[in-house]
Design a protein around this ligand. Structure first.
Ligand code: TXA
Ligand code: MG
Length: 316
C-alpha cells in the first residue's frame, strides 16, 4: 500500500472520508500522532491493531468530537465531567466505566473505557467532519517510540496505512496524562502534560499499586533500538571513557566524553524538553551508538512524565 502524506486543512475531508469508509488514518494531536479508526466499528479498529502489530490485550483511547459524547460512551461520573470541563480539549485521558455501545475490541474486554478530546485543530476538524468518535493509539509500531512528526509516522507505518495528515510537530511531544476515575478519587495511570500538581486540586490522588490496570504501563515501552540507561547528572559528569560508543541525552547542558549529544532544553524549560524528547531519542537511535545514557530529569511537574518515559525506554 502506498502511504500518502498530506498537509493542511485541504486534506481534512480526505481523512474523514477514509475514516468513514472504515480505513485507518494517522492524525496529528497536541501530544503525539495517533492512528485513528472509527471507534464504534470493530472491523475498522481491528486495522489499527494490525498496522501497529499491537496485542489485542492493549485497549485503545477513544477521542471524541465534543464533550457530550462522554455521556454516550461512559456511565455518568461527576468527577470525570468536572475534569472534562476543565481540561478538554487537551492532553488528559479519563478512564471511566463504559456503556455497552463501546466495542470489546476497543476496551480489550475491560469494563472501563479511556476517553479524551484532542485540542489539535486538524484533529478536531476531522472529527467534526466525521461526526463520530475515533479510537487512536499513538501511531508507532507496538513497543516503539511515539511519533511527534508526520515523518516519524512514515518511518513507523509507511506502506501499512493509506494516509498521514501532516500537522507539523506536536506541541507537547509526550502522550496524554491518563487518570482512572474511582468514585471521587483519581489514580494517575500514566503521567503526562496535565501534572499531578494540576490534578490534586480536583480530587484525592490515590497511589497506584497495580500495573495490571493499564497495559500502557508495561515497564518496557517507548523503546529505542539502542540500549538506554538513565543516570543522575553527577554520574554523567565523570562518565567513564570506554570503547563503547555512547550517546548522551542531556537535560540541559552538554558534557564531554560522548560521541553524540542531544540537549532537551538549553533554557531548562520542561515543556520544551517534553516536546523534543522522542525526536532526540530517535536521533540518538539513528546515530549508531552502542549505548544511550539519559540524564535524569527533575522529578516534579512535567519532569515526572519525562522520567516515566525514560524509565520505560530503559526497561527492556
Ligand atoms: O496522547 C495520547 O494519549 C495519544 C494520542 C494519539 O491521543 N494516544 C496514546 O495512545 O498514547 P496509546 O494507545 O499509545 O496509549 C494509551 C494507553 C494504552 O497503552 C492503554 O494501555 C491505556 O492507554 N488504556 C486504554 N484504555 C484503557 C483502559 N480502559 N484502562 C486502562 N488503561 C487503558
Ligand atoms: Mg503508544
Amino acid at each position: 500500500m502506498k502511504t500518502q502524506v498530506v498537509g493542511g486543512s485541504s486534506a481534512v475531508h480526505e481523512a474523514a472520508s477514509l475514516l468513514q469508509k472504515g480505513e485507518v488514518v494517522a492524525l496529528p494531536t497536541e501530544t503525539v500522532y495517533g492512528l485513528a479508526a472509527k471507534a464504534l466499528d470493530p472491523a475498522a479498529c481491528a486495522k489499527i491493531f494490525e498496522a501497529k502489530e499491537r496485542p489485542l490485550s492493549d485497549p485503545l483511547i477513544i477521542h471524541i468530537p465534543d464533550i457530550d459524547w462522554l455521556d454516550r460512551l461512559a456511565k455518568s461520573s461527576t468527577l470525570a465531567k468536572r475534569l472534562a470541563q476543565t481540561f478538554w480539549p487537551g492532553p488528559l485521558t479519563v478512564v471511566v466505566e463504559r456503556k455497552d455501545c463501546v466495542p470489546d475490541l476497543v476496551t480489550a474486554g475491560q469494563e472501563t473505557v479511556a476517553i479524551r478530546m484532542s485540542a489539535h485543530p486538524l484533529f478536531a476538524k476531522v472529527l467534526n467532519t466525521l461526526g463520530e468518535p475515533v479510537a487512536a493509539p499513538s501511531a508507532n509500531r507496538f513497543g516503539r517510540i511515539s511519533p511527534t512528526t508526520a515523518h516519524h509516522v512514515l518511518e513507523e507505518l509507511g506502506g501499512r496505512i493509506p494516509l498521514i495528515l501532516d500537522g507539523g510537530p506536536c506541541a507537547h511531544g509526550i502522550e496524554s496524562t491518563i487518570v482512572l476515575v474511582v468514585d471521587d478519587k483519581l489514580q494517575i495511570l500514566r503521567p503526562g502534560p496535565v501534572t499531578k500538581e494540576h490534578l490534586s486540586g480536583f480530587a484525592e490522588i490515590l497511589e497506584c499499586e497495580s500495573d495490571i490496570l493499564s497495559p500502557g504501563r508495561l515497564k518496557s515501552h517507548y523503546a529505542p533500538q539502542t540500549p538506554l540507561e538513565v543516570h543522575p547528572s553527577s554520574t554523567l559528569k565523570s562518565w567513564p571513557r570506554s570503547h563503547r560508543k555512547t550517546g548522551l541525552l542531556s537535560w540541559q547542558h552538554p558534557l564531554p566524553g560522548f560521541q553524540a549529544v542531544e540537549i532537551l532544553t538549553a533554557s531548562g524549560n520542561a515543556a520544551e524538553a517534553a516536546s523534543r524528547l522522542y525526536g532526540a531519542m530517535r536521533a540518538l537511535d539513528a546515530a549508531g551508538m552502542d549505548l544511550i545514557v539519559a540524564e535524569e530529569p527533575p522529578d516534579s511537574g512535567l519532569g515526572a512524565a519525562i522520567s516515566d518515559r525514560l524509565r520505560k525506554a530503559a526497561a527492556r
